[in-house]
Design a protein around this ligand. Structure first.
Ligand code: NAD
Length: 437
């Protein structure tokens, strides 16, 4: 099957590459010429484990190519995926759909023959109706079915998630659209991936409901962590104690500095706005959004407390900048609020991240970037683990202590146990445990 993917970011590039790997003939389009030039030269514009090899193999097999011009790819395609960004709109938090609608207009003008236009971007309920309206208005003769097929992949495990999804959701109003989508995903039948066929609005809302539920689960355990600290309980054991219950499940029960990244913050906010507009506010999600926002800044206060109540003139070493390991994505990373909070308190910041420093530079000022964890800890009054990269999971405490001005560790991911750290002479603060400091 011939497929065009519009937008070659984290989702478009991974989806397009995996679809090519299924045997389809795929053109990944992006309007950013630098991104396409890099891909054509075999360089990945993002960090995603395993992606470079999979791209190279499918380019070699001539199933995958890259272009800045959408028209030829769309004219040939039987299915066109829209995978452009849907960030929060500045000011009001609604999803900014301008990229999706612009792509719909461009696609409409280039359509030939019956084509399925698939919205893979995360879009609010009713966006598919508007995409269809735009296409029919721009090109009244177009033969088109507009389908919703939200993406559930996680950065850092994106290829595995795309190839072995827990489920595929297809929202189609036109049976021809559903049939073509069945063909697109046919290679996955072997993996027994359940396909949920539904209507377009239900598919659109399912994506937001999934992200809001996961964000709620994280926020729930984060609040339990705060309670544990106050009452002398251990949140990791509470999480294990509840997670072993099959009705609850153990995933997404790791207390930490608050959720971040390119999806949960913007999608929870967009759902809140959609629900308010529909006259049925989702108060639980509204609370999750506000609890999580406050939590990121509260993590800076936790560090300040660990440093004796003030960080003025002190050097803080930040280990990990991305919102989770195995990505270079810095969008809405908790590290941004934590670092700004510490700088507001007068701290000097040294930081190290294995993949995220390039993306972090334009978002942060007055940060000294280090070459590894130990370089980062040089002269620091405290080291703060913000992201649980493998590189931070077996630190040499003795070496750290000799480099630092004071042996203080704030471990926002509970990578270490208090006993481990204190045994090496560190003053230690984790999340949701007994207070050691
Ligand atoms: P991204 O910002 O990494 O990529 C979007 C790309 O689209 C950019 O490269 C941009 O240049 C390109 N683009 C924009 N308008 C275009 C146009 N008219 N023609 C061609 N290219 C165009 O975004 P992303 O993280 O891949 O997210 C895309 C969508 O997928 C969003 O709606 C997001 O919510 C959703 N999503 C993301 C993830 C994730 O983990 N990143 C997971 C599931 C769903």
């Amino acid at each position: 099957m011939k497929i065009a993917v519009i937008g070659s970011g984290y989702v478009g590039l991974v989806s397009g590459t995996c679809l090519a790997d299924f045997g389809h003939s795929v053109v990944c389009v992006d309007k950013d010429p630098a991104k396409i030039a890099a891909l054509q030269a075999g360089r990945m514009p993002i960090y995603e484990p395993g992606l470079d090899a999979l791209v190279a193999e499918n380019v070699r097999q001539e199933r995958l190519s890259f272009a800045t011009d959408l028209a030829p790819a769309v004219a040939e395609a039987e299915a066109v995926f829209i995978a452009v960004g849907t960030p929060s709109r500045r000011g009001d938090g609604f999803a900014d759909l301008s990229y999706v609608f612009a792509a719909a207009r461009e696609i409409a003008a280039a359509l030939t023959g019956f084509t399925v236009v698939v919205t893979k971007s995360t879009v609010p309920v009713g966006t598919g109706d508007e995409v269809e309206r735009i296409i029919r208005e721009t090109n009244p003769g177009a033969e088109v079915a507009v389908v919703s097929n939200p993406e559930f992949l996680r950065e850092g495990a994106a290829i595995e998630d795309f190839k072995r999804p827990d489920r595929i959701v297809i929202g189609a109003e036109d049976p021809r659209g559903a049939a073509v989508m069945g063909e697109v995903y046919r290679p996955l039948y072997l993996n027994a991936a359940p396909i949920l066929y539904t209507d377009r609005r239900t598919a659109e809302l399912t994506k937001y409901a999934a992200n809001a539920f996961l964000a709620t689960k994280i926020t729930f355990i984060n609040e339990m962590a705060d309670l544990c600290e106050q009452v002398g309980a251990n949140v990791q054991q509470v999480a294990r104690g509840i997670g072993l219950d099959n009705r609850i499940g153990s995933k997404f029960l790791h207390a930490g500095p608050g959720y971040g990244g390119s999806c949960f913050p913007k999608d929870t906010l967009a759902l809140v706005k959609t629900a308010q507009d529909a006259g049925t506010p989702v108060r639980l999600v509204e609370t999750v959004v506000s609890v999580n926002d406050q939590r990121k800044r509260a993590m800076a206060r936790k560090v300040i407390l660990a440093c004796g109540g003030s960080v003025r003139g002190k050097t803080i070493a930040i280990l990990g900048l991305t919102f989770k390991p195995n990505t270079d994505d810095m969008r809405d990373a908790p590290a941004l609020s934590i670092i700004t909070g510490l700088q507001d308190g007068g701290a000097r910041i040294r930081a190290y991240d294995p993949e995220g420093m390039e993306a972090a530079r334009p978002l942060l000022s007055d940060v000294t970037y280090a070459s590894d964890a130990y370089d980062c800890a040089q002269g620091a009054d405290a080291v703060v683990i913000v992201t649980e990269w493998n590189a931070f999971r077996a630190l040499d405490f003795a070496r750290l202590a000799t480099l630092m001005a004071a042996p203080v560790m704030v471990d926002l991911r509970n990578v270490y146990t208090p006993d481990e750290a204190t045994r090496h002479g560190f003053r230690y603060a984790g999340i949701g445990g007994r207070r050691e400091l």
